[in-house]
Ligand binder design. Structure first.
Ligand SMILES: Cc1cc2nc3c(=O)[nH]c(=O)nc-3n(C[C@H](O)[C@H](O)[C@H](O)COP(=O)(O)OP(=O)(O)OC[C@H]3O[C@@H](n4cnc5c(N)ncnc54)[C@H](O)[C@@H]3O)c2cc1C
Length: 303
């Protein structure tokens, strides 16, 4: 119930304005967001690199309402890619196609993504495509599919909660995609997605087995110890090396576990969001961790 309410709040523009202007949210924001500027994100990336942890930089912002905004977001991503190549090699960028305009004009979005992929390729940087709400999921997957043969290193997130997830994975026959398996962070209908948390975890475990057997260099985007232990056990049974796959976690979540996995010799990548448009991202993090809710409500009332 609380999760649903928070995910609804994540889509509410009036609340976004009110909360974004409220100084009391600052502490909570800084736990999950690296800063508002690219320089701040690079500083965080280098600190994590020093601990043996890779990063993926995410320029916050989603669902643009004008195509000009999608062009500006693409420019900002191109700057981010150049900064990574120069100052934080090994980092990837994570992008939401709604930020590149997929919901407004799929061909314009494809043009922006192509530009990003070409620049990233020249700079030796990998692009990771986030998976958003199912209302833009098929367009996101189709756009990714178009460019996969030319840019086979590109990674795409896949949500275990979505009923079509395994079907989507099996549908890649020629070039096998590098995926990031996540549980799924969006409010979805029962027709589209599994909504019970235990069932989502069970499906995550099931898909982990399949992904480790069939797809190259998979990433597991989870903080759930049950899921992480399962990845380790299955990889071990299959005789995989600890560096044949990667664990991914969010900035500010289970930091000790991130360091512990890196110390055990696993590849760990932390998803580092930066920028001023943090509201929907933060609300999804609240939905995953209602213990933070009290702090959040205090900031709302205080504003
Ligand atoms: C690197 C990465 C990329 C992602 N990309 C996408 C994407 O493209 N599309 C998408 O739909 N979803 C994405 N997600 C979010 C994902 O779908 C889940 O909503 C999120 O990871 C929580 O699920 P969990 O597997 O960590 O398990 P949960 O069962 O939610 O959490 C397990 C434990 O982790 C800790 N934890 C989890 N979340 C938080 C939090 N916010 N704050 C504090 N502690 C927490 C708690 O201790 C909790 O008990 C991504 C997640 C990661 C890690």
């Amino acid at each position: 119930m609380i999760r649903k309410l928070l995910l609804l709040a994540a889509e509410n523009k009036a609340l976004e304005e009110r909360v974004s202007r409220n100084p009391l949210t600052k502490g909570l924001v800084s736990r999950y967001v690296a800063g508002t500027t690219l320089d701040e994100a690079i500083t965080v990336a280098r600190k994590l690199n020093a601990k043996g942890i890779d990063v993926s930089l995410d320029l916050l912002g989603e669902t643009v309402s004008e195509l000009e905004e999608s062009a500006a977001a693409t420019d900002a991503y191109v700057d981010t890619i150049h900064a990574i190549a120069e100052k934080a090699p090994g980092a990837t960028v994570s992008v939401k196609l709604s930020q590149l305009g997929v919901a407004l004009d799929q061909s314009v979005c494809a043009g922006h993504l192509k530009r990003m992929l070409a620049v990233a390729d020249q700079c030796g940087v990998t692009v990771e495509v986030d998976m958003e709400h199912s209302s833009v999921g098929p367009q996101t997957l189709a756009t990714y599919r178009t460019f996969l043969p030319s840019f086979p290193h590109t990674r795409i997130a896949q949500q275990a909660a979505l009923r079509r997830c395994q079907e989507n994975l099996i549908s890649f026959t020629e070039v096998k995609p590098r995926i990031r398996l996540v549980k799924g962070a969006y409010r979805e209908n029962l027709d589209t997605a599994i909504c019970n948390a235990d069932e989502v975890t069970a499906q995550y475990l099931h898909l982990t087995d399949w992904v480790l057997r069939h797809l190259p260099d998979p990433a597991f985007g989870t903080h759930d110890s049950t899921c992480i232990d399962h990845v380790k056990a299955v990889a071990n049974q299959l005789g995989l090396d600890r560096r044949d796959f990667e664990f991914q976690m969010l900035y500010g979540v289970r930091r000790n576990l991130q360091e512990q996995l890196a110390a055990e010799g696993y590849r760990v990548r932390v998803y580092v969001p930066f920028g001023s448009q943090w509201y929907p991202y933060l609300m999804r993090r609240m939905a995953e961790r209602p213990a933070n809710l009290l702090f959040f409500l205090r900031s709302l009332i205080g504003g």
